[in-house]
Design a protein around this ligand. Structure first.
Ligand SMILES: [Zn+2]
Length: 132
């Protein structure tokens, strides 16, 4: 094999390697964009559910808000699993893991401190959770 041919082959190999790298980077960028969008939607849904519970005045309104917030949290859970993102801390500690109700102080959650640790008590199902 002549030297020129060898050089040409080497260049071709390098080119294909570069192309593969670029494709990988494109794929990664796409996933990152998807995750960012998902996080934005998750935050929006969480805020909306939170506001709904906070706004509720009567018992009936609160019940409806709780149901809606539950459906939002289930959606958030599904999205999180699908796009493989880590939830922000505010959301991670902001809902009941048993009944999926969003924590709103004095409406759906009570905070207590026991042995120097903060505990969230869900007012909907009564489960306790250490949050810090
Ligand atoms: Zn609960």
């Amino acid at each position: 094999m002549s030297k020129a041919k060898q050089n040409l082959e080497q260049k071709q190999r390098q080119n294909s390697r570069q192309k593969a790298k670029q494709q990988q980077q494109k794929k990664k960028a796409k996933i990152k964009k998807q995750q960012l969008l998902a996080l934005m939607n998750i935050q929006k849904m969480f805020d909306f559910g939170y506001a709904l519970i906070k706004k509720a005045r009567t018992k009936k309104q609160l019940e409806q808000a709780l149901q809606l917030s539950k459906s939002y949290m289930l959606k958030i859970k599904a999205i999180k699993k699908h796009v493989k993102v880590k939830l922000p801390e505010q959301i991670q500690k902001g809902f009941c893991k048993k009944c999926y109700v969003i924590f709103v102080p004095d409406k759906t959650v009570k905070y207590r401190i026991k042995h120097g640790r903060a505990i969230a008590i869900c007012l909907n199902c009564g489960s306790k959770r250490i949050i810090g």
